[in-house]
Ligand binder design. Structure first.
Ligand SMILES: Cc1cc2nc3c(=O)[nH]c(=O)nc-3n(C[C@H](O)[C@H](O)[C@H](O)COP(=O)(O)O)c2cc1C
Length: 330
C-alpha cells in the first residue's frame, strides 16, 4: 500500500478539525501523536468523568467520534486512513493508529468535512416538520458503514424514553460526586476551551426529552408556531457487542450520523444520560432494541424552526495542547 507523508501543518489542521468532535460534557478526553505517515489517537484518563460516566463508555464514544472526524478531515486533504484499532495490547490507552495513503477526495468527503464546522448539539425544541424516511435511511446507512445500527424509534415510544431519561437523572442525583462533576464541567462562559457553556443550554427546558441538569442555562428556547409541539425524532445507536472496540466504533458511527445529518440541514442532539445508569440502559435495550444489541447513545434529530437563532459553537482546547511528541515516553 502506498503511504502518504503528511506535512506537519496539514496533520495539525486535520487534528484541529478532529478536535471539533462532540464529547460528553465537552471533556475532549483524547490526545494525538503525529508520525511521518500516521496519526495516533490516545484516551486521556485525566479527562474522564467518573461520576457521570462510571463505565467509561462516553469517554470511548467521544474518542471514536474524534477518530471519525479525523478520518473525514484527512479525506478532504486527499488521504485515506487505514485504521488499526487498539494496535498495542500493552498500551490500552492507544486507541487507534491511522495509517495514511493517498486518495483523491470526493464531493461527499468535502461536504462532510464542511459539516464538521457547522455541527452543534442543539438542546432546544425542534419544529413539527417531519424528518423524511429517505433521510433517516441515509443516516442508518451512515451508521451501518461504521459497523453500528441506528434504530429510529416509533414516536409513540418517545414518552417512555423521556421517562427513562428522567429516571436516570434521579438516580444520578444520588450519585456521590456527580453534582460537583457537573458543576465543574458546565455553566461555563462562552469561549471556554472545554466544558458546556451556559449559552448552549436552554433556560426553558420544555422539550420532548428532558435536558440534562447542567450548572447554567442561559440559551433562549425556540418559539414554536401555534399548535406546534416539539417534533423530535428519537433514535438509538447500537452495536452487536459492548467491548472497547464496539464503543470506539459506536463513536465513529455517531460522528458519521451527526455529520451526515448536519450536511442535510438537520439539528442533532446526542444524549447519553439513560445509558450512564445500568437500570435505565437495560430498560432501553429491552424496550427499544432487537435482543442482544448493546445501546450506546440516544440521539434527538429534527429541524430547528426557521426563525431559530444559530447555536453558538462550543470552545475547544488549543490544538497544540492536544498533541504529544511522537516519541514521548508513555
Ligand atoms: C457520547 C456523548 C454523550 C453526550 N451526552 C449528552 C447528554 O446526555 N446531554 C447533553 O445535553 N449533551 C450530551 N452530549 C453533547 C455534548 O455535551 C457536546 O458534544 C459538547 O458539549 C460539545 O458541544 P457541541 O456538540 O455543540 O460541539 C454528548 C456528547 C457525546 C459525544
Amino acid at each position: 500500500m502506498l503511504t502518504t507523508h503528511l506535512d506537519r501543518s496539514t496533520a495539525r489542521a486535520a487534528v484541529a478539525l478532529a478536535n471539533r468532535a462532540p464529547s460528553v460534557h465537552n471533556s475532549q478526553p483524547w490526545r494525538w501523536r503525529i508520525g511521518p505517515s500516521s496519526i495516533h489517537l490516545f484516551a486521556d484518563p485525566a479527562r474522564a468523568l467518573p461520576a457521570t460516566d462510571p463505565e467509561g463508555r462516553g469517554l470511548l464514544i467521544s474518542c471514536g467520534a474524534a477518530l471519525h472526524h479525523l478520518r473525514v478531515a484527512l479525506r478532504a486533504t486527499g488521504s485515506a486512513g487505514r485504521i488499526h484499532r487498539l494496535p498495542d495490547p500493552a498500551h490500552p490507552q492507544h486507541l487507534a493508529a491511522v495509517e495514511l495513503s493517498p486518495a483523491p477526495p470526493t464531493a461527499e468527503d468535502l461536504a462532510l468535512a464542511q459539516a464538521i464546522e457547522h455541527r452543534r448539539s442543539d438542546r432546544r425544541v425542534f419544529s413539527t416538520w417531519p424528518v423524511p424516511d429517505e433521510f433517516t435511511a441515509d443516516l442508518a446507512r451512515a451508521a451501518a458503514d461504521e459497523g453500528a445500527t441506528l434504530v429510529v424509534l416509533d414516536p409513540a415510544r418517545q414518552w417512555e424514553v423521556a421517562r427513562l431519561v428522567e429516571r436516570a437523572a434521579v438516580e444520578q442525583a444520588l450519585t456521590p460526586g456527580l453534582a460537583q462533576e457537573v458543576a465543574l464541567w458546565s455553566g461555563r462562559a462562552r469561549g471556554s476551551a472545554d466544558g458546556v457553556p451556559a449559552a448552549n443550554v436552554p433556560g426553558d427546558a420544555t422539550a420532548a426529552v428532558p435536558v440534562r441538569h447542567f450548572a447554567g442555562r442561559e440559551m433562549a428556547q425556540n418559539e414554536l408556531g401555534r399548535g406546534e409541539s416539539d417534533g423530535t425524532l428519537l433514535a438509538v445507536l447500537a452495536t452487536d457487542g459492548d467491548g472497547t472496540v464496539d464503543r470506539l466504533r459506536a463513536g465513529e458511527a455517531l460522528s458519521a450520523v451527526l455529520l451526515a445529518a448536519t450536511a442535510i440541514g438537520l439539528a442533532t442532539d446526542p444524549i447519553s444520560q439513560p445509558l450512564e445508569v445500568a437500570a435505565t440502559r437495560a430498560r432501553l435495550a429491552a424496550d427499544c432494541l432487537p435482543s442482544g444489541r448493546a445501546p450506546q447513545v440516544l440521539l434527538r434529530l429534527g429541524w430547528a424552526p426557521v426563525s431559530a437563532e444559530p447555536v453558538p459553537a462550543t470552545g475547544r482546547r488549543p490544538v497544540d495542547e492536544t498533541i504529544d511528541a511522537f516519541d514521548a515516553s508513555w
